[in-house]
Ligand binder design. Structure first.
Ligand code: AMP
Length: 425
């Protein structure tokens, strides 16, 4: 029988990588605290309507990329392709509007999209998702962008580019859409087939097409900023002013429209110069009409999602450290069977005292146990044979120097607690 493998585009995050993820979560959690965002855990599947109505029927995500299935009662459910719609659903469902506004929330978890897998693009990928729901202030847009940049700063990422734009609102976007269509209509035959398909349904997406002929056509396309209504223009100016005030470096990019329908006003993206084709490490913006689209009252909101897989890839590419890889501090090694029970007792005393400790469970010889201790990068080995048990001592070997000393059995746990504490500092 053929071995079963993980589905295409889906990968396992193995221990050599997952400790790096854990260190990024630690940094993120601290920044969330520093900015006053509280963590939530959201379901990984939702009613399909949440995404089709929230994200928009004509978006790539809804048209082509959702994992949708019927459950046993015939309900249409979808594995979440992103977290914003779920976050707004949770905000509405739990009456968070009655608390202090905006509600500042974050979550981390896997998202699922049926996309063509390639480096940095998977069918299950992880996002760090931050949302501030319930405020229309441009200062909250600034806060959200600043928060994402602070994550990258604390992780040490460099070679990033921050792109900012405004995609307008239901008042001014239709005006811009018509102006864009009028311009693109003159070049329709030269657009790629995908963009020809987008012309009626979603012409703004033509602006971020990567095909060279489409790009040279859109180079001359009207700029959304010339079509913003007064409210959107003032909002955008305030966002730009706030970003400049806090020293954020950014570039206004008229092509930036983002793939999801729910964006209004601010849209932004952070690109890495070290990732190749899939170079966006973070994207976000304002979505003042999303709550209404999913059946709630008008509720402004702004947020971002950063791709964890791509953050790790960029950090590796840039040779950045992830903090200290956790490893076993001590290994209990048994010289003979007469010491096994005492060894087991010592193992659990050390673990209870918070010293990361391991011991062979399969009856390996002493040489093999020592080798395993070396492979596990244990700092110390507690050697126990029948003679040590009788004498009431443990032979403590420091692996880096090879020096060995007899320590009284009653003192060994306290001694290792001290050493492990010092090693952590
Ligand atoms: P989006 O929700 O499309 O704006 O994506 C937000 C961020 O999630 C992107 O900037 C990427 O870092 C990450 N991302 C999106 N799609 C994928 C994918 N298929 N594989 C890996 N990361 C992704």
């Amino acid at each position: 029988m053929e071995n079963i493998k993980a589905p295409r585009g889906v990968r396992d995050i193995l221990p050599d990588e997952s400790w790096k993820w854990a260190s990024i979560f630690d940094v993120t959690r601290k920044i969330a605290e520093d900015f006053g965002y509280r963590e939530v855990h959201l379901p990984i599947f939702e009613q399909t309507e949440l995404f089709s109505r929230g994200i928009g029927e004509t978006t790539d995500v809804v048209e082509k990329e959702m994992y949708t299935f019927s459950d046993r009662s015939g309900r249409s459910l979808t594995l979440r392709p992103e977290a914003t719609a779920s976050m707004v659903r949770a905000y509405l469902e739990h009456g968070m509007a009655s608390g202090p506004q905006p509600s500042k929330l974050w979550c981390a978890g896997p998202m699922m999209r049926y996309e063509r897998p390639q480096k940095g693009r998977y069918r299950q990928f992880w996002q760090l998702d931050f949302e501030a729901i319930g405020s229309s202030s441009p200062l909250v847009d600034v806060e959200v962008i600043a928060l994402s940049l602070e994550i990258f700063r604390r992780l040490g990422l460099s070679n990033l580019e921050v792109l900012v734009n405004s995609v307008g609102c239901p008042v001014c976007r239709p005006v811009y859409r018509s102006a864009l269509q009028a311009y693109l209509g003159g070049h329709f035959e030269s657009l790629c087939p995908t963009c020809q398909g987008r012309y009626d349904r979603n012409p703004l997406r033509i602006l971020d097409c990567k095909v060279p002929t489409c790009r040279s056509i859109t180079d001359g396309a009207p700029d959304v900023r010339d079509h913003l209504c007064e409210e959107c223009r003032v909002h955008f100016d305030e966002v730009l002013k706030g970003l400049a005030l806090i020293g954020a470096k950014f570039r206004i990019d008229k092509r930036l429209v983002r793939g999801l329908d729910y964006y209004t006003k601010t849209a932004y993206e952070v690109l890495s110069g070290d990732l190749g084709a899939q170079n966006a490490v973070c994207g976000g913006g304002r979505y003042d009409n999303l709550a209404e689209a999913i059946g709630g009252p008008h509720t402004p909101g702004v947020g971002f999602a950063a791709g964890l897989d791509r953050i790790v890839l960029t950090m590796e590419q840039q040779g950045l450290g992830f903090g200290k890889e956790p490893s076993i501090f001590a290994t209990v090694v048994i010289a003979d069977e007469g010491a096994r029970d005492e060894g087991l007792r010592l193992l659990y005393e050390l673990r209870k005292a918070g010293v990361p400790t391991d011991m062979d469970a399969s009856g390996k010889g002493m040489k093999a146990q020592m080798k395993a201790a070396g492979a596990a990068k244990a700092a110390y080995v507690c050697l126990l044979g029948s003679s040590e048990v009788v004498k009431g001592v443990v032979a403590l070997k420091e692996m880096s120097t090879g020096t060995q000393a007899e320590i009284e059995r009653d003192r060994i746990v306290a001694e290792l607690v001290l050493k492990a504490g010092a090693a952590r500092c």
